[in-house]
Design a protein around this ligand. Structure first.
Ligand SMILES: Cc1cc2nc3c(=O)[nH]c(=O)nc-3n(C[C@H](O)[C@H](O)[C@H](O)COP(=O)(O)OP(=O)(O)OC[C@H]3O[C@@H](n4cnc5c(N)ncnc54)[C@H](O)[C@@H]3O)c2cc1C
Length: 400
């Protein structure tokens, strides 16, 4: 932990995805000079590949569920502060919930058990019957229903619009953003702290550095002497051409497998009318980004959403999820490099409002929020091998 309660005068944030951009904005709001550096364009990493479903339902154990839930509940206020004119639709934030259902009896039992567990945690999800499912989202052709649930508190957002809005706010606060500028290494002092950040277009000498470089965090952390292991977690979410509104009430839909041995599909409609379609759950591994696979996903989605007739499938290159090896966030100052603050997480779209507030508070006030972030410190990986870290992995951490 940075051994001072003194507020840093200048912070460099490496990475302008949803996490880096939101942390940068929150730090700048505290009156600190902030420079954001991205090796490509802001938002071009995992954030622009994201399904961007805001949820806390599929998160275990309860501490991690509660962190996600706290962030979900912060999203509206975060968006109102961020979006032009306070209009949350300006960054694509849309509430209305998520429906999922199963046609297979064994899968239905698992769905019911999951709903009961979440209800015991006080989460506002509930079982619904086929009639209510059809009334909730009349656009769907639901087929046979063995069990169904509705989580009315969940929603969606457009990460690229969030990133752009954060950086616009940052510039209003005199922050600087450098695109196409890759961080190549660090100069370190005798105590391990970073004296300079070396980039493809020169060096910066900040008081503190936030490392929010997504999948590249592991390599950059190693250059600063810090172990932040990750799992490989490729995902594919295709798009369609822009379409008129197709989902009227419920923005996020998880539909069951069609009984052909392939996985369930999930879909949502973007603010610009394009439909996003993926398969499996939020952490399923997928690498087929061919036109044939995109056409196949669209055909399966059309089975449940007839309004997709006539839509065209647009394949999207594989997106690589930032994925800490045990599946949980890595947030905090590194012991080996005391002015380096690591910010790496899966579910970064859901978690951005909470993690950006907590990170800015820790960096600017010098007080550790251990009661919330204690389990998520980078120190848990110090001297830990990949095998040891994997042994404590989140059950849904993309290791399957
Ligand atoms: C297919 C898929 C589906 C997902 N679905 C969901 C979902 O439904 N809900 C949810 O909450 N989350 C979801 N996620 C996860 C979520 O999108 C990520 O957790 C989040 O976008 C991570 O944001 P980030 O800012 O940490 O990383 P990124 O968006 O990857 O940003 C990192 C940035 O660092 C920059 N960078 C890298 N190296 C350097 C360097 N050397 N110098 C300078 N800059 C550098 C990159 O250019 C990039 O812009 C999904 C992710 C994927 C891929």
């Amino acid at each position: 932990m940075m051994a001072t309660t003194e507020r840093p005068g200048h912070v460099v944030v490496i990475g302008a995805g949803i996490l880096g951009a939101s942390i940068a904005w929150r730090i700048a709001q505290r009156g600190v000079r902030v420079t954001v550096i991205d090796k490509a364009g802001p938002g071009s990493g995992a954030s622009s590949h994201s399904f961007a479903w805001i949820n806390a339902g599929a998160k275990e154990p309860i501490g991690y569920h509660n962190l996600n839930r706290r962030s979900l509940e912060l999203w509206t206020r975060f968006a109102e502060e961020l979006a032009p004119g306070g209009r949350i639709d300006e960054i694509g934030l849309r509430w209305g919930g998520k429906v999922s259902w199963e046609s297979d009896p064994a899968a239905a039992d698992a769905l019911v058990a999951r709903v009961r567990q979440l209800q015991s945690w006080g989460y506002p999800t509930r079982l619904i019957d086929a009639g209510e499912l059809a009334r909730l989202e009349p656009a769907l052709d639901i087929g046979p229903v063995a069990a169904a649930e509705y989580s009315g508190n969940e929603g969606q957002v457009e990460p690229q619009m969030v990133v752009d809005a954060c950086l616009r706010r940052l510039r209003e606060l005199d922050g600087r953003v450098y695109s196409d500028t890759g961080v190549q290494g660090f100069e370190r002092r005798d105590d391990g702290s970073i004296a300079a950040v070396n980039t493809s277009s020169g060096a910066a000498e900040p008081d503190a550095v936030v490392l929010a470089a997504g999948t590249d965090t592991t390599g950059l952390a190693a250059l600063a002497g810090v172990n932040v292991p990750q799992a490989e977690s490729p995902g594919v979410v295709i798009r369609t051409n822009p379409l008129p509104p197709l989902l009227y009430n419920v923005p996020v839909v998880y539909a069951p497998p069609l009984g052909d041995g392939r996985r369930e599909i999930h879909l949502r409609q973007c603010a610009d009318g394009r439909m996003m379609i993926g398969e499996g759950d939020q952490e399923s591994l997928a690498e087929d980004d061919s036109q044939g696979h995109a056409d196949d996903l669209l055909a399966r989605a059309r089975r449940y959403l007839p309004g997709l007739a006539g839509a065209q499938a647009r394949p999207v290159p594989v997106g690589w999820r930032p994925m800490p090896l045990d599946g949980y966030p890595v947030l905090g100052f590194a012991s080996e490099t005391p002015n380096l603050y690591v910010a790496l997480t899966h579910s970064g779209v859901t978690l951005a409002p909470a993690l950006s507030q907590l990170a800015a508070q820790e960096i600017c006030d010098g007080v550790a929020a251990d009661a919330v972030l204690g389990p998520y410190r980078p120190q848990r990986f110090a001297g830990v091998t990949a095998e040891q870290a994997a042994a404590t992995a989140h059950p849904r951490a993309g290791h399957r």
